[in-house]
Design a protein around this ligand. Structure first.
Ligand SMILES: Nc1nc2c(c(=O)[nH]1)N[C@H]1C(S)=C(S)[C@@H](COP(=O)(O)O)O[C@H]1N2
Ligand SMILES: [Mo]
Length: 263
């Protein structure tokens, strides 16, 4: 199919509509591009070829992109090796302090009060009693020095410790055959991961960075760190965990980013 020329207008730049479509579907396109389906940078021609759509028809383009993205989820899930470890690094390579990111500026971080903080449990969990900082600190700790990769195109090596998520799910009697583990955060953020990733050896509920209690910007008192997923799949300031078979989505997942988001 060819790209329909937008009607010439003195007030609209050439291809204005097409550029707007590229712009408004950026997350989906970046996501598909990252997976190597698109080689090189994306042009309108490539988008037309990929979708087979008239690129001025936004809903058609979007629906094809969403289909490709959910196909990606299924392929990635299929290829995921539950016991394969992601690379680990030496202490000398650890970046201190870690690199901050959230959907708002570091100056707008609203610290969580550890004295009143509670972790709520919901869904397919036998023991739904909530946890406070003191009780949480009685859990066994493990440490991973792993790379954090953000979709925005930066990364750093970090040293995280906390309780292994599989162990925690076992302690609370979660249904380990359920499909999803979902997280709610104090700042309104949310996220969810597949059970295989939740049970992966390098997935932890982190309470420390470089052997010190995590500081406010990085998720005090509790955040997820998984070695096999992109940065946005690591919710900070967790206040609730739910085990469920109902697709939970998440803050960025609901805004077009690929849900599986494996590294
Ligand atoms: N609660 C919460 N968690 C979050 C985010 C957020 O905005 N809110 N941003 C995510 C993104 S996009 C990234 S890259 C990492 C950044 O973690 P860091 O600040 O420890 O490097 O946190 C993730 N977890
Ligand atoms: Mo990110």
């Amino acid at each position: 199919m060819s790209i329909r020329n937008p009607s010439p207008s003195a007030f609209r730049p050439k291809n204005g509509i097409d550029q707007r479509i590229l712009e408004s579907n950026k997350a989906l396109i970046a996501d598909i591009g990252r997976r190597g389906i698109l080689r090189g940078s994306l042009s309108l021609g490539a988008l037309t070829m990929l979708t087979g759509c008239d690129v001025t028809d936004e809903s058609a383009v979007q629906s094809v992109l969403r289909t490709v993205s959910s196909f990606n989820d299924r392929v990635q899930q299929f290829l995921f090796r539950p016991d394969h470890l992601a690379p680990t690094y030496s202490e000398a390579e650890v970046v201190k302090p870690p690199r901050y990111n959230a959907y708002y500026d570091v100056n707008d971080v609203d610290p969580v009060d550890g004295a009143t903080w509670k972790l709520e449990l919901a869904g397919l969990v036998a023991d739904r009693r909530s946890w406070d900082v003191q009780r949480f600190s009685t859990l066994p700790e493990q440490e991973w020095i792993i790379r954090h990769i953000c979709v925005e195109g930066w990364d750093y090596i970090g040293q995280w410790s906390g309780v292994n998520l599989r162990h925690f799910l076992e302690v609370v009697g979660a249904d380990l055959k359920a499909k999803y583990v979902a997280f709610k955060c104090a700042d309104g953020y949310s996220g969810s991961i597949d059970m295989a990733t939740a049970l992966h050896p390098q997935t932890i509920l982190a309470t420390k960075y470089a052997r010190q209690t995590i500081t406010d910007p990085f998720g005090y008192p509790l955040r997820l760190r998984t070695a096999t997923k992109l940065g946005f799949k690591n919710p900070k300031w967790i206040t609730a965990i739910e085990v469920t078979n109902v697709y939970p989505g998440g803050y960025w997942e609901d805004r077009g980013f690929n849900w599986f988001a494996g590294i």
